[in-house]
Design a binder for this molecule. Sequence first.
Ligand code: 3H9
Length: 704
Amino acid sequence: MDQHNHPNPVSVIKAENGIAVIQIDNPPVNALSHAVRLGLKQAIEQVEVDESIKGAVLHCLGRTFIAGADIKELGKPPKQPYLPDVIAYLDACSKPLVSALHGTALGGGFEVAMGCHYRVALPQARVGLPEVKLGIIPGAGGTQRLPRLIGQEKAADIITSCRQVKMTEALEIGLIDALIDENDLLEGAKSFLIKQFGTGEAPVSISKRPIMETNEESYASLKAKVTKRTRGQISPIKALESIDNAATLSFEEGMAAERAIFLELASSDQAAALRHAFFGERTIAKVPGLENIDPRSVTDVAVIGAGNMGSGIAAAFADAGYSVTVVEMSEAGLEQGKGRVAGIYQGGVKRGKLTQEQAERKIASFSFTTQLADLSRSDLVIEAVFEDMQVKKDLFTNLQSVVGPDCILATNTSYLDINEIASVLEKPENVVGLHFFSPANIMKLLEIVDAEKTAPEVLATALAVGKKLRKIAVIAGVCDGFIGNRIWARNRQLLEFFLEDGAEVEDIDKAMLEFGFPMGPYSVFDLSGLDIAWAQRKRKKTSMKPAERYVEIPDLLCEQGRLGIKAGKGWYDYEDGSRKPQPSSEVAKLVASERVRKGISQRKLSSEEIQKRVLAGMINEGCKILQEKIALRPVDIDMVLLNGYGYPVWRGGPMFAADQLGLADIVRTLKEMEAEYGEGWEVSPVLAACIERGMKLAEWQCTE
Ligand code: 3H9
């Protein structure tokens, strides 16, 4: 239901013992829309003037407590009453208020809870201040009240990590005052208040308390760590600044400073980009045509091939509660597979995420077999075997006589033609691509590849499975590389041109790090191994047009055994087993001699130019993908890049950036690139069409 149209989202219900219940009902997540803020203010006024009311419980209907400010309203001019003022009314209420948390209380929702004198919760509730993830800071007292409640260090940890705190921890550190174990939260909250009346002590609102002591040294070290990992994102740094204010300014001054930072950030480009990412994650699940299609039920899942990818996929399914069978064709392969699966969970023990007992229970939950016949009850089979068309066709042919008629057969291929794989089957409608990213149990992205004959019901099932796996599941069409690898392959080509034209490996890496990528691309190539791309390059070269520019340098490196970190040398040198990249004079010499051989006169490329062209290149390939209907919408492309390729989330993705920077500017850069790079670099007509119609790229519909 639309949260703006819900009538009377806040009501005051008078109960016995002089305790009233202020009830919020604003589906789907009780966000603090204008109507809720207004209702809350009026409710407090009523509690204050009604002499029969001695105290009140703040309670929400639906599956969550208040999930924060209404994100749709952020970035627009704020409307009174502002949230900090509404919370100030709660804070100043002369009668004790307790917030009763039954689900997530996030952002402004937890700030409302901190505006009350007490907080009680059911064990399944969660609290957090995730505003930094939206490019803003808690702007309704979160940075001022939380340090008063639990100290600056713990406040900074919760605010900058954006994590949801579980109730055992919340009780331990003082975020809540009591856990209500019985089922009836409201009754528990009322009893809590009555007990407080009995003490005869007047409640002290958090704003009146002194700031809790913090360990200066570990607070400083936390701040240093946060600052290091922001990589260009402003909001975490600003949040720290505001938390610091809590110790140096009065509550009122701290609130004014917090508000100023909040308002400045709320209208920033970064916040707009992060809101785009928030809503984008939810938009991708809404697929036109699938709204009314029921997914098939999936409980038994089989993964064929237990290499690194297959075992990661198997772990992802087991972690989401599926019953998982792992298949390898030989006993020896199966033993290795068992070792890999066990290794994943033992890694969890080492990192302190699992106890030994939990890991052993997990490992014991898998079934392992070498017999396809054991898959007769599977609802979904995913193959993660060697990337070879014939191997996959043979496997699927054998599988179809084993599995039931509704079993979905998925391939994890990264680039093979899924239509061709499906063509060998009697029921090609049951075939879909499930392209995971390594390590599959950790990486968020999942490309669901919709082949020519994939049934809508199969696609709907894949989406439902993606959701249960807690993946960012994006639908893509069949083409070489689908969405992500196709854009990345184009980008890789561009990075090679930069090198041949005059930039050094380290300059390119530096430019991309400055852009906000977690690693420079050449360091990434060394990490994954140059031989993987080599095989693909050889395959691609055969289908290239004669006029297309081809850079031989990566092939020459492979021929010289410079295969990356595992070989101790790649684009960089790695001395004595170290993983720290050192610029390589041998690579520099090889690059220089290639420039001479091809008669290229070296030119300097600035970081700015590198970044500009990389972005324009991604946008152009993205537009070609849209035109070919490989992606449903521009936002789907952004979600792929953000969640699988390290594209900085605070930039929102290349397609979002295109609108932010202006399409005419992008086209100008692309025309320069087309003139220089020639064949394959033609400017996509989608851009011209958007400019001509005066529309944003975000509005592009793939039905066009
Ligand atoms: C803030 O509070 C600022 C303040 O400090 C200062 C102010 C002055 N607003 O995620 P779901 C929609 S900033 C508007 O699928 P779940 C969502 O788009 C806010 N809409 O459900 C979706 O719509 P649709 C800080 C919102 O059960 C629907 O609700 N708070 C909001 O998987 C269901 O959402 C946050 O950052 C919102 N705040 O997860 C919390 N939240 O159906 C953001 C959700 O049309 N929210 N929607 O696609 C969440 O993290 C999750 O929604 C939550 C539930 C965990 C609550």
